[in-house]
Design a protein around this ligand. Structure first.
Ligand code: SAM
Length: 268
């Protein structure tokens, strides 16, 4: 397969990636034929995937706006993805021009495009690192320069833990990140479930096995356990459109069709 000019040299263009599939479902153009091919197969058996991604992205935007309202001005966004409409630094720096953001992703296309977008922005950086290696993120020179771990930080792990299999111990990882955050910090999380839309999500999981990022769906109880050590803010654990919607119409009659749980917690 031909490598487009904009593709970083170290990117795997033979196998679809979660970052580029997500970009494809959101209507972006930073994806390869291999991603589009798998994306079309997923959409054929799980047409809800367009809503899963769009509603997840809308949750992220509302969560960041909420966190800004709480006075948070530091964000660590792990599994940040390829920049698209409503990026975290855009929302946060609109609310507070001094807000600081560290984006982290292990997908080279995501990091390269974040770097491009952030050129000339002194308060936001992107690093290529893996959620499963907390020390490489928490101890990264750029993280330490950008974020003050003596003041509240919002950790965003939105739509990323479902790419972490049980064998990589997601709860232990969540605990490690929690321990690094000072009191008053927040955690925003969303995660695919099979509690609703079970058949479509099952088919999606089957197809994502052919990508670089196999998916593990988790139940409401498993999702809630990731907030151990945090106090959930209202409305608690809900489907993405139900989390502080801007209007009742945004929730619609079947919020469970988003297939993604969402919540925000505060570390006491
Ligand atoms: C579905 S996208 C979500 C993007 C963004 N957080 C959002 O919710 O709009 C998931 C992102 O997580 C990244 N990702 C998956 N596994 C990761 C890991 N182990 N470490 C860092 N990033 C990871 C993928 O590359 C992808 O960009």
């Amino acid at each position: 397969m031909d490598r487009p000019d904009w593709a970083p040299k170290d990117v795997d263009i033979e196998k679809a990636s979660a970052a580029r599939l997500y970009d494809f479902f959101l209507g972006g153009s930073y994806n390869f034929e291999v991603d589009r091919e798998l994306g079309r197969k997923v959409a054929a058996v799980a047409p809800g995937v367009y809503d899963f991604t769009r509603l997840n992205r809308a949750f992220l935007r509302r969560a960041v706006a909420y966190l800004c309202d709480q006075g948070v001005d530091q964000f660590l966004d792990i599994g940040s993805g390829i920049p698209t409409a409503g990026n975290v630094h855009e929302i946060a720096q609109k609310a507070n021009p001094d807000a600081r953001v560290v984006y982290v992703d292990n997908e080279p296309v995501a990091v390269a495009h974040s770097d491009l977008l952030l050129e000339g922005n002194p308060n936001a950086v992107a690093i290529e690192a893996d959620l499963r290696d907390p020390d490489s993120i928490l101890g990264h020179e750029k993280t330490r320069q950008m974020l003050d771990f003596g003041r509240p930080i919002a950790l965003l792990t939105v739509a990323v833990y479902h790419f972490i299999p049980d064998s990589d111990e997601p709860l232990a990882l969540a605990a490690r990140y929690r321990s690094a955050l000072p009191s008053g910090s927040y955690l925003a999380l969303s995660h695919v479930t099979m509690d609703a839309m079970g058949e479509q999500v099952r088919q999606l999981i089957d197809l994502y096995r052919d990508s670089q990022n196999p998916v593990t769906a988790r139940s409401k109880a498993e999702f809630t356990a990731m907030f151990d050590g945090f106090d959930l803010v209202e409305p608690g654990v809900v489907f993405t459109p139900q989390w502080r919607p801007e209007s009742p119409e945004d929730v619609g009659p079947h919020p469970e069709e988003s297939a993604v749980y969402a919540a925000v917690g505060r570390k006491p």
